[in-house]
Design a protein around this ligand. Structure first.
Ligand code: FES
Length: 579
């Protein structure tokens, strides 16, 4: 790119006269009081997502100021602009439904405005994938800064934080172990500071994976939201963004098949959120790459779990940060990683990891490769007659006794049916049954909610049943746990085999064989298929576009036309030649 296309000269408005467009633009921006010298600087966009309906992002204002001073001191002119913000618990029907809308907003605004580089500030679950998806498609040099995780609160001397403990205490309340007054007290102790959920849920998993991909500064993922170091890394991120101007360090140029495999290893070693599988597939799809389930499954056999955090372990994100965070984890995993991948600051991952760690690693939280928490990764992919395109099980959060299980299906047709019947004392259900929820996938009107963690029917919970095999086309919160098979694809609303399951059918789960099978004769399934009807197409707006274009979970639930087929076509061509 030439100087003629940098700064305010970039992305000029079409008036049929470039000089006039620049003159007009300069006239307006001078109303902001900038000196002429300032207007000659490279422009760094600070893409911000503050919202009073996104409590996790409460500190964004001070982060913006820290990024701004870093960029200014490094010779750029920083300019802040907004995009859609997604606060996980405030959105109907689901935040995933709006992730792609936010990604479109990011892509178009980053591309349309005169930005030489951009700092992406986000954190709450869907914001980081949306930022990365949009910036990947916009092809402007971009660096991510997350808001950081919250600190823990206390309840009766016990450390607690959103949102694994939200679910744990709610399950105890449902089982009658906590009173109404006690659960109200817990409600006020779970989220006591700004920041994203305090466990290795979706937000923290995505922050760690972004750092592993080299899209954020080393060490930035786990710093608590309210820690002074969070502001220092924000300042450094602003300075880095100034240096990115004029380079080709775009997400497209940084992320490769090798770096995606590194990210898969990190996801497995973290025992991270199942939602990350969807988000990483979507980001990869924007680049014409795949984050495919069979590769994930293969790597799962070779990648141990090293990080001991909730929801599967004991620690919180503040412990992970104090233990050494991502720099310590990446050094431990280094023998399994491709270290020649580039990172956002221009160095290879090898060069980044060659720097000594400042402090000893807390081995209670980040285990050595030679002494892992579990020898194999936390996630497995399942395929079979019930999930021809795949499904996911978080092995690390499941009950080993249920890994090889055949049981009778108890089917719920959708969320309303589930809510109406799950606690009905007359529900015909035993602990050996398999709970099945359908019509909660991406093509359903429910828009793939985090409903895959079906509650244990109250009468069984009160009898002490803690876990059952649960199967759905829904997602599960990254903070949840249990023998929960998720993301069954194709989903029921697309006419996948899940749509045909009926109460009383036999279902077989085999983690050893990676199988999920519906044990019903093909003729019978054919008869059921003739009676199946897809959901009605919404009449207008985003809902209509979503339903017409939505891809399945293994493809990231992106919209079909937002994926980049260029690289896939090229790779297909070259592999065809290699054959
Ligand atoms: Fe925002 Fe969990 S609700 S990260």
């Amino acid at each position: 790119m030439t100087d003629q296309q940098q700064g305010l000269r970039r992305s000029l408005t079409h008036y049929g006269d470039r000089d006039f467009a620049l003159f007009l633009r300069r006239s307006f921006i001078r109303s902001m009081g900038f000196s002429e010298a300032m207007l000659e600087r490279p422009l760094v966009g600070i893409l911000a997502t503050p919202s009073e309906l996104n409590s996790c992002h409460r500190t964004i204002g001070e982060l913006i100021e820290a990024v701004r001073r870093g960029a200014l001191a490094a010779g750029a002119l920083p300019l802040v602009f907004p995009v859609i913000s997604l606060g996980e618990p405030y959105l109907h029907p689901t935040s995933l439904y709006l992730r792609n809308l936010m990604a479109i907003d990011v892509e178009e605004m980053v591309r349309a405005q005169p930005l030489d580089a951009v700092v992406l500030i986000g954190g709450c679950d869907k914001t980081v994938p949306a930022l990365l998806m949009g910036a990947a498609s916009a092809e402007v040099p971009a660096v991510l800064l997350v808001v950081g995780p919250m600190l823990t609160g206390r309840y009766r001397g016990e450390r607690v934080a959103a949102c694994t403990d939200c679910r744990r205490f709610w399950a105890r309340f449902r089982a009658g172990e906590l009173s109404q007054a006690e659960i109200r007290t817990v409600e006020g102790r779970l989220a006591v500071t700004a920041g994203t959920c305090g466990v290795m849920g979706t937000a923290s998993t995505m922050a760690c994976l972004a750092e592993a991909l080299g899209l954020a500064l080393p060490g930035s993922a786990a710093i608590p939201a309210v820690h002074a170091e969070r502001l220092r890394i924000a300042e450094a991120t602003g300075a880095l963004a100034a240096r990115l101007a004029g380079t080709d360090r775009t997400i497209r140029n940084l992320v490769s098949r090798a770096s995606l495999e590194n990210a898969m290893r990190v996801l497995l070693a973290l025992s991270g959120s199942t939602n990350a599988v969807i988000h990483m597939a979507a980001i990869a799809g924007r680049l014409g790459l795949a984050f495919d389930l069979r590769t994930l499954d293969r790597l799962s056999e070779e990648t141990p779990v090293l990080v001991d955090l909730k929801p599967t372990g004991v620690g919180y994100m503040e412990d992970f940060y104090a233990a050494g965070g991502m720099p310590a984890l990446l050094r431990e995993l280094a023998p399994l990683l491709d270290l020649d991948v580039p990172t956002i600051d221009g160095r290879s991952l090898r060069a980044v990891l060659a720097e000594p760690l400042g402090e000893p690693v807390d081995r209670r939280i980040i285990r050595p490769l030679a002494d892992p928490l579990a020898p194999k990764g936390g996630l497995v992919a399942l395929f079979g007659s019930l999930a021809p395109q795949g499904a996911i099980l978080k092995r690390a959060a499941a009950t080993p006794a249920l890994f090889e299980h055949e049981g009778r299906a108890v089917v719920f047709d959708g969320l309303e049916d589930l809510a109406r019947r799950i606690d009905d004392p007359a529900l015909d259900v035993t602990p050996n049954d398999v709970l099945v929820l359908k019509n909660a996938g991406p093509a359903s009107p429910a828009r793939m909610p985090e409903a895959g963690y079906l509650p244990i029917p109250k009468k069984l919970a009160r009898a002490g049943v803690k876990d059952m095999v649960r199967i759905s086309d829904a997602r599960m919160s990254g903070t949840a746990f249990g023998t929960v098979v998720l993301h069954v694809a194709p989903d029921a609303a697309s006419g996948g085999p899940l749509a045909l399951v009926r109460t009383g059918d036999r279902i077989r789960l085999s983690v050893k064989e990676r199988r999920l099978d519906l044990l019903v004769e093909p003729d019978e399934l054919g008869r059921r298929r003739e009676a199946w009807r897809p959901p009605a197409l919404p009449e207008r707006g985003w809902a209509r576009l979503w339903q017409q274009e939505i891809l399945q979970a293994p493809e990231g639930c992106d919209l079909r036309f937002l994926r980049d087929e260029r690289r896939s076509l090229k790779e297909r061509d070259s592999s065809a030649r290699a054959d």
